[in-house]
Design a binder for this molecule. Structure first.
Ligand code: PLP
Length: 396
């Protein structure tokens, strides 16, 4: 037998983390890493944040799980806080981002069904999109590396070029339910939507009775320095998928919707065994307590500006390797002139800096929101040293 007990779907590196301390990860061999990956945009409060730990410990001692058949004071409270602070009127809690997107897709289809238009079932999605790994969410992207070998995929999706408003509008027909889009593509390479693109999609939805479904699983929940990325564009969605940062490391996601968009989601149309259980709600409450503290998102925005400015300064010093920087807040992408995976490994193995490779030759920098200027200086130092010592593989 050669297959590993852990199904070998991840090319795991030889860093084996066993402990986290704020912005640092410690591996089983004692190595210490500056963590600008954050579990891929998950550890919003860094590692071992005392408020999050305390909330989870206390809830675990009190009540960990009950079925959604019972009343949920915990879920009602967190949902009310999200309703009070966002465009949404209602929330469905999930355990992951893919499930949040699945709920968003179902909500969009049921909306048109409830309106007597069951034929309006297609969502227009975009090149390089990432919405998760379920059959539904891989059907919602046209990236071959996510889809190959899993046919038959689900019908009901059409694909347009990201940031090409005319191309997206040209796909609208009598079967269109709406658009599903990341305001800032994450896995696709930290590609922000342009203002005209996102505003144009919003307007098309208003003009044609369509739904704007945003996937803010990666770019939402404070990552950009706003609570949600769509606030940077001055628009609101009808439906939105959220996850990653919302639980600060506890598996939690949410699908948020307006009352009108959720009109089809009546008794019996959706469910989840674990979704929104008391332990998850305690984690969600603790993260929200910190994120909504006055000044906290301003700190994220300020650190984002500092990180961005430092990266921009770095580029001309290493212009054989670095091409450009893009992103918002603490979601920055450093685009290389080579594929990024090997440089990410170099930074990790030789300079103790954790980052994440993404599409389009991009190194993703996704630090915890609690970073300070000293951490940014340390990361820039490591990036600069890393660029100086890096020798690209000859086959690049
Ligand atoms: C990570 C991600 C998902 C999937 O989340 P999971 O928790 O892995 O299911 C969906 N959409 C976007 C934009 C993501 O970044």
């Amino acid at each position: 037998m050669t297959i590993t007990p852990l199904m070998p779907v991840y090319p795991r590196c030889d860093v084996r983390p066993v402990r986290g301390e704020g912005v640092y990860l410690i591996a089983d061999d004692g190595r210490r890493f500056l963590d600008f990956a954050s579990g891929i945009a998950v550890n919003a409060l860094g590692h071992s944040h005392p408020h999050l730990i305390g909330a989870i410990q206390k809830q675990a001692e009190t009540l960990m799980h009950v079925s959604n058949m019972y009343g949920s004071p915990q879920g009602e409270h967190l949902a009310q806080r999200l309703v009070d602070t966002t465009f949404a009127d209602t929330v469905f809690f999930t355990n992951s981002g893919a499930e949040a997107v699945e709920c968003a897709i179902k909500t969009a289809r049921r909306y048109h069904y409830a309106n007597g238009n069951p034929e309006r079932h297609d969502l227009i999605t975009f090149n390089m999109a990432f919405h998760g790994r379920t059959i539904g969410t891989i059907s919602a992207t046209n990236q071959a590396k996510l889809r190959d070998g899993f046919d038959p995929l689900l019908p009901g999706f059409k694909y347009a070029e990201f940031n090409d408003l005319e191309g997206a509008l040209a796909l609208i027909d009598e079967h269109t339910a709406g658009f599903l889009v990341e305001p800032i593509q994450g896995e696709g390479g930290i590609r922000p939507a342009t203002d005209a693109f996102l505003k144009g999609l919003r307007k098309a939805c208003d003009d044609h009775g369509l739904l704007l479904v945003l996937d803010e699983v990666q770019c939402g929940y404070g990552r950009t320095g706003k609570f949600f990325a769509h606030e940077l564009y001055g628009i609101t969605p009808d439906i939105m998928a959220v996850a990653k940062g919302i639980g600060g490391g506890f598996p939690l996601g949410a699908c948020l919707a307006t009352e009108d968009a959720a009109k089809g989601m009546v008794f019996g149309t959706h469910g989840s065994t674990y979704g929104g259980n008391p332990l998850a709600m305690a984690a969600g409450e603790a993260v929200l307590d910190v994120i909504l503290e006055p000044g906290f998102l301003d700190h994220v925005a300020a650190m984002g500006e500092r990180l961005r400015a430092s990266l921009e300064q770095l580029i001309p010093n290493h212009d054989a390797l670095f091409e450009s920087v893009r992103g918002r807040g603490l979601m920055q992408g450093l685009k290389l002139k080579h594929p990024s995976r090997d440089f990410v490994a170099h930074l990790r193995d030789h300079h103790g800096l954790l980052t994440v490779a993404a599409g389009d030759n991009t190194v993703r920098l996704l630090p915890p929101y609690v970073i300070e200027e000293a951490h940014i200086a340390e990361a820039i130092e490591k990036l600069s040293e890393g660029a100086r010592t890096y020798v690209p593989p000859s086959d690049d």
